[in-house]
Design a protein around this ligand. Structure first.
Ligand code: COI
Length: 353
């Protein structure tokens, strides 16, 4: 696809890598590509970062027809830039689009555009191990009008943010609150898609958990309010009796890229992995018997987030003495090692820009 480059690249960038935070500062480049019924997805442009100009009646503001992705670019010691399993993001973006009645971008085009964007934005990829360029591609419905139907026109945008750890606590354990009233998804809803609506419905419970002193919400299934699905904006894993459990991706759970990498790595290490239902009652019983060795969340932004405490119906359970577990740390080291090019990529997960 022919890409138009509108501005010269700013090669001199000075980042304060001690205090990047997450998603607070943005590279001065963005990519845009429009969809029209006549031309399909066409004429991508990489230009200077700028605000979007949209009418107040633009459909995305009212009916939330939009999707997004999250992936990172990592600077290696030899100055090359790594992307991690970008084919997975391309596929999930495609699947999210289909679910939200948005014309999907072919996976090969998505990969080509992200690589071209990262190449032009490489000056913003941080140098310090642990810091990376968080890339946020998204599509919004751009028709003007208040009728409820699929938009005819769309815009694909890519922005990026030089970022540090997602959680201030880094790899230190967080505390989670089991939400047994509000739900994040249910069969038939787009729980597997990365659409803003899934995050919007989670905010209230997140705020309530914070008011009670917890960092994150643990979501149960939307029908019986029994089976564990996700934590906050991450997948969740339970290391019980040297076996690893996580909820299956059967439509209501986000198919995380880090999730799938953890499963592959653990299987290679000889750890049995079960993608199956675990009810909150079973978990409580196992916690009471002291059988739960570790619990951790996983996601692109946070990588691994150990869970040190769980609260369910006015009772609190401490996991692994509120310490980062051996498996959580080993997985964090292995995944980040591959991402930053410090450990050999035997899986073919890395593509270089
Ligand atoms: C990610 O891990 O990339 C996410 O999408 C989480 C996010 C909503 C910050």
């Amino acid at each position: 696809m022919k890409i138009v480059y509108e501005e010269p690249v700013n090669e001199k960038v000075c980042l304060n890598e001690d205090d990047l935070g997450f998603g607070r500062i943005f590279a001065d480049r963005m990519l845009e590509m429009d969809y029209t019924p006549e031309k399909g997805w066409h004429d991508p442009v990489i230009s200077a970062y700028h605000p979007l100009s949209l009418n107040p009646e633009c459909m995305v503001f009212h009916y939330a027809q939009e999707i997004f992705e999250g992936l990172k670019a990592y600077r290696c010691e030899d100055d090359s830039i790594n992307l991690f399993r970008i084919d997975r993001n391309a596929k999930r973006f495609f699947d999210s689009a289909v679910r939200m009645a948005i014309p999907p971008i072919p996976e090969t085009t998505f990969i080509e555009l992200i690589k071209a964007y990262v190449d032009k934005t490489r000056a913003y990829v941080p140098y310090r191990f642990g810091n990376s360029l968080y890339i946020r591609p998204f599509i919004i419905a751009t028709d003007n009008g208040l009728g409820v139907h699929a938009s005819k026109n769309y815009r694909f945008v890519v922005i990026s943010s030089p970022s540090g750890a997602y959680f201030k606590k880094g790899l230190d354990p967080v505390s989670i609150y089991v939400e047994d009233k509000q739900i994040r998804s249910a069969p038939g809803l787009p729980g597997f898609a990365k659409c803003g609506g899934n995050y919007a419905v989670s905010i209230k419970a997140g705020e309530m958990a914070k008011m009670k002193g917890y960092d994150q919400v643990l979501w149960l299934d939307g029908v019986e309010h029994r089976y564990i699905e996700e934590v906050g904006s991450m997948n969740i894993f339970f290391y019980i009796d040297r076996k690893l459990y996580t909820s299956a991706c059967t439509g209501t759970v986000l198919p995380g890229v880090t999730r799938s990498s953890i499963i592959d790595i653990c299987k290679e290490k000889g750890i049995s992995v079960f993608e199956e239902k675990l009810s909150i009652d079973e978990l409580v019983a196992l916690l009471e018997k002291g059988k739960v060795m570790e619990i951790f969340g996983s996601g692109t932004a946070a990588v691994i987030s150990p869970v040190g405490k769980i609260a369910y119906q006015d009772k609190e359970y401490i996991i692994n003495d509120f310490k980062t577990g051996v498996l959580s740390k080993a997985l964090f080291d292995e995944i980040t090692g591959i991402q930053w090019g410090r450990i050999e990529d035997s899986h073919g997960w890395i593509s270089r820009v």
